[in-house]
Design a binder for this molecule. Structure first.
Ligand code: CA
Length: 186
């Protein structure tokens, strides 16, 4: 008699994409810097409740954040239900979550370090097919790159200041020369 081990039905789905300089940016949770990260938001739809595992494959040090029911890039800690950095080898994320039918979920793929670009793929494993759809989430507040803003502020404040100082010096030396000239004439 052969006893068959009960097996859990497993289904795999994948998504392949890339982060580029034209990808949307956000300030990810647990960031130690004030700098932004590129991200790709994927809407996760399932056809059966259960435990699902999302794993990345990439040359980048990836990081994942999982949201329910929506992801607002300007509030990256709101609705956050799970996250992972290096659960798999080679600094890849491995995120395990229990998903319910009728709920909407968003998986955000980003990187550990800021400003990193590159290609990646995500493999979803679970009791049924997982649909991973690339979406552009709406932002409740506009996200501005703080570094870029600082550069603009430097140009608009510091440069005119230099110009003013230069003009002041030129004017002072001209005044001095004029006074000097007048004194010599007397
Ligand atoms: Ca990682």
């Amino acid at each position: 008699m052969i006893l068959l081990e009960p097996t859990t039905p497993s289904s795999q789905s994948s998504y392949t994409g890339a982060l580029s300089t034209s990808s949307p940016i956000f300030y990810r949770p647990q960031s130690t810097t004030e700098d932004y990260h590129y991200y790709q938001a994927l809407q996760v739809t399932i056809t059966a409740a259960g435990t699902y595992v999302f794993t990345s494959t990439s040359g980048m040090d990836t990081r994942a954040y999982f949201y329910r029911p929506v992801f607002d890039p300007s509030n990256s800690t709101g609705n956050l239900i799970a996250d992972n950095d290096d659960g798999a080898d080679q600094f890849q994320f491995r995120l395990q979550v229990n998903l319910e039918l009728g709920q909407t979920y968003v998986l955000v793929v980003t990187t550990h370090e800021e400003y990193v670009t590159g290609s990646f793929s995500v493999l979803a494993t679970g009791p049924a097919y997982t649909n991973l759809l690339a979406i552009t989430p709406s932002t409740s507040r506009p996200i501005t790159a703080r570094k870029f803003l600082t550069s603009i502020l430097s140009i608009t404040i510091v440069l005119p200041l230099f110009d003013f100082t230069y003009r002041l010096r030129t004017y002072s030396s001209l005044t001095f020369s004029a006074t000097h000239f007048n004194n010599e004439c007397l």
